[in-house]
Design a protein around this ligand. Structure first.
Ligand SMILES: [Zn+2]
Ligand SMILES: [Zn+2]
Length: 109
């Protein structure tokens, strides 16, 4: 059986068990924040029990106020960008309208 997890010493409980490499679900930081999970050079190899304990700990870890503010700022920035793009589109349409009208009146004259 090659798809069996390797049995080795768990990084947490130090028991010899089938181990799984812990993968934190942390792709969502919008700013570089000090984060215990992302700061790890190497994720631990954990047994199933320690894995779920670690997962729960990660999920319940509070988001730092700094990051929370950054997330809000990030969404505001996106909303603002969308407005600016819509505005630029409208301006471009107006300019094209004027150019078309000018060209029309010039060719008519
Ligand atoms: Zn363990
Ligand atoms: Zn993180």
């Amino acid at each position: 059986m090659t798809d069996q997890p390797v049995e080795a010493r768990c990084d947490h409980c130090k028991q010899t068990r089938p181990l799984f490499l812990y993968e934190p679900d942390h792709d969502f930081h919008v700013i570089p924040v000090p984060c215990e999970w992302c700061a790890r050079e190497k994720q631990p190899l954990l047994c199933a029990r320690c894995y779920s304990v670690e997962k729960r700990r990660e999920e319940s870890a509070p988001v730092s106020p700094v990051e929370e503010q950054a997330v809000i700022g990030f969404h505001l920035l996106i909303a603002n960008n969308a407005r600016l793009i819509a505005r630029a589109e409208a301006d471009r349409a107006t300019c094209e309208g004027i150019a078309a009208a000018t060209a029309k009146s010039e060719s008519a004259a």
